[in-house]
Write a protein that binds this ligand. Structure first.
Ligand SMILES: Cc1cc2nc3c(=O)[nH]c(=O)nc-3n(C[C@H](O)[C@H](O)[C@H](O)COP(=O)(O)O)c2cc1C
Length: 213
């Protein structure tokens, strides 16, 4: 089974995320290949990013400014795959979610892992711009963002009372995305186990130090 962490990127009372998340969990469970854990940012009261060299301590297992940041980094490190559920706020992903990703700092815990995205909004854009924003952040975190995503416009009408999707395209998109997530998880898991290059920043520093001697 693939260790999947599902991150929920809204913490508002009465959030639409509470319609989307059970449907996503159901789709993941139907697929049968993931052992999923929900990381709801409502339950992860992370500080606004505040790390610096002094707060990190031992680089192989940083201390961080608060125990919850360390626990968050350990949680992400366990993951073999990530699935992000995000609304669109101001044509991007919520600051809350961006902050949670910033807090995966110094551990490189996202590195070389696949990330799938389910985005939604009350308007016609369906969170597409939140995913474009996520793509920029994922690149720097060295997460592999899957091309096939789920975009849910008019989220208030996207799910029936029994939790099923009202548009069959939503279900089909989830199937395609989870097929990709399974494939990429297996590929990248094998690749990580066969050995990873040190992070580029470390290699760059080493080369520059050598060039100065
Ligand atoms: C701060 C804020 C900014 C928003 N910006 C957008 C936007 O740029 N595009 C859009 O389609 N919807 C936007 N919306 C509407 C959200 O898509 C809608 O409120 C959705 O329910 C938010 O998800 P949540 O309830 O799970 O937090 C915005 C909502 C908020 C609260």
């Amino acid at each position: 089974m693939i260790n999947l962490k599902i991150i929920v990127g809204s913490r508002r009372p009465n959030r639409a995320a509470d319609k989307v998340t059970p449907w996503v969990m159901n789709k993941v469970s139907e697929r049968g290949s993931f052992e999923a854990e929900l990381l709801d940012l409502r339950d992860w009261d992370l500080p606004l990013f505040q790390e610096h060299p002094g707060s990190l301590g031992d680089p192989s297992d940083p201390t961080y400014s608060e125990p919850i940041v360390k626990a968050w980094n350990h949680k992400i490190r366990e993951a073999q795959a990530i699935l992000i559920i995000t609304p669109e706020y101001l044509h991007g992903m919520p600051g809350l979610l961006n902050n949670a990703m910033d807090n995966v700092f110094a551990s490189f815990a996202f590195r070389n892992k696949p990330v799938a995205a389910v985005a939604y909004s009350t308007g016609i854009a369906g969170g597409a711009r939140a995913i474009e924003n996520l793509a920029h952040v994922a690149l720097e975190a060295e997460l592999i963002l899957l091309r096939n995503t789920v975009i849910i416009p008019f989220v208030d009408h996207a799910f029936a009372d029994d939790g099923t999707a009202t548009n069959s395209m939503t279900d089909a998109a989830a199937t395609v995305m989870l097929e990709d997530l399974e494939w990429w998880s297996n590929v990248l898991n094998t690749a990580r186990q066969s050995g990873q290059l040190p992070p580029g920043s470390a290699r760059l520093r080493a080369l520059m130090a050598k060039s100065r001697t």
